[in-house]
Ligand binder design. Structure first.
Ligand code: MG
Length: 389
């Protein structure tokens, strides 16, 4: 039944899309699902995973305990999933494939945001380092334990390849070597590339919103940025008092929404034109496109707008003393947990300890610590150190 479903769907997709017929199978063969496509099954497996649920308690920019309205890694992933699905649909690409990659793209993040990754990477310098994309792959191929016959989620090869951003894996994940080699010799599919762009659209705009909700960013300073001011004025002209008479929070959200729309429209139009110029007639033309720029991109004007907004975030939000304090605290907690568990690995849960011999102690401790949520890491830290905080 699902093979017919996949075939029917493939007929409605654009020639260069990742058609269901290219899913590449699974490491552990399984019967095709009776009522959904292979990519829909992959997406559903991600949604039902423990790592996905934990994203709800992991820092995006603001530490999870700072407030209930800020984005977490989970809400960020859902927003990236929504944008990716919309863009894929508009281009007649495979929505389910794009959504699957989007929902999985941040699974490997540590607690406390990028600070956690930085400190784990330096602690594992001699042992292959730590990188969230490699960790995402490890989660879906080895760490999730839900099935009796295999470790991981047994996703399709196409989904695993779509998740590979830098063509890198850890040394202990040897079963992925062939796939990484393939991925290295190819361009990303249109779907995988658009998820990257949607990730950027999502975080730039929600960080502006969260930055203002936290009072770290002020709306006056954004007014000094051309894209923000232009969009604000356009809305003012279009809606008059209905816009300018609104509470500031509604005006901010309207500007953000309007900017996101511009980005999406630009991404769709630019990509469509690039595919046409490339004369691509099938997936193979995208994967082997060689030296040219990938067809999925923003126009030069939109790239400039995003660069202006992102630069502002870097200087005014990500490097704000309060955000840096949160990062420093996060680093200290993760470092202490990593060192304590390394000194006494008997404290690790059984199913982690059992893997030490094969995968190395440092990697297993990193798996355990990086998989923690912000609040669990904090609780462990307090317990082990006896600290009040
Ligand atoms: Mg992301």
């Amino acid at each position: 039944m699902s093979v017919t479903l996949e075939k029917k769907e493939d007929e409605s997709l654009a020639p260069c899309a990742m058609k269901n017929v290219f899913h590449g199978g699974r490491f552990h063969p399984e019967d095709p699902p009776p009522y959904r496509t292979a990519f829909q099954r992959d997406r559903d497996r991600i949604i039902h995973s423990k790592a996905f649920r934990r994203l709800g308690y992991k820092t995006q920019v603001f530490v999870n305990t700072e407030g209930d309205n800020y984005r977490t890694r989970l809400t960020h992933s859902i927003e990236v999933g929504q944008l990716s699905r919309s863009v894929a649909a508009a281009l007649r690409l495979n929505r389910d494939y794009a959504e699957t990659i989007a929902l999985a793209h941040d699974l490997g993040h540590t607690p406390f945001g990028h600070a956690g990754q930085q400190i784990l990477h330096s602690l594992l310098r001699e042992k292959g380092g730590f990188e969230h994309n490699c960790q995402s792959l490890r989660i879906v191929t080895a760490l999730e334990m839900r099935y009796p016959l295999f470790r991981g989620l047994n996703l399709t090869r196409a989904t695993l390849k779509g998740m590979m951003k830098h063509s890198r894996i850890y040394e202990c994940d040897r079963e992925l070597e062939d796939l990484v080699r393939e991925r290295k010799s190819e361009n990303p599919s249109l779907e995988a590339a658009l998820v990257d762009h949607c990730d950027r659209i999502a975080y730039i705009h929600h960080d502006l919103e969260d930055g203002m909700d936290s009072n770290i960013l002020q709306s006056e300073e954004l007014f000094e940025l051309d894209p923000w001011r232009d969009t604000y004025r356009r809305l003012e002209q279009k809606h008059g008092r209905d816009f300018s008479g609104q509470r500031i929070s509604v005006r901010i959200r309207s500007v953000v929404r309007s900017l996101i729309n511009l980005c999406i429209l630009d991404l769709i139009a630019t990509t469509e034109a690039n595919i046409a110029t490339l004369g691509a007639t099938g997936l193979a033309d995208i994967l082997v496109a060689g030296g040219q720029e990938h067809p999925v991109r923003f126009s030069a004007e939109m790239a400039e707008i995003l660069a202006v907004l992102q630069k502002h975030l870097v200087f005014r939000l990500y490097r704000h003393p309060r955000v840096m304090q949160m990062s420093r605290r996060g680093k200290r907690i993760i470092e202490r947990l990593f060192l304590d568990y390394s000194e006494q690995p008997e404290m690790l849960p059984d199913h982690f300890r059992q893997r030490i011999e094969q995968e190395g102690q440092a990697r297993v401790v990193a798996d355990y610590v990086s998989g923690m949520t912000d609040r669990f890491a904090l609780r462990e830290y307090r317990f082990l150190t006896g600290a009040a905080d």
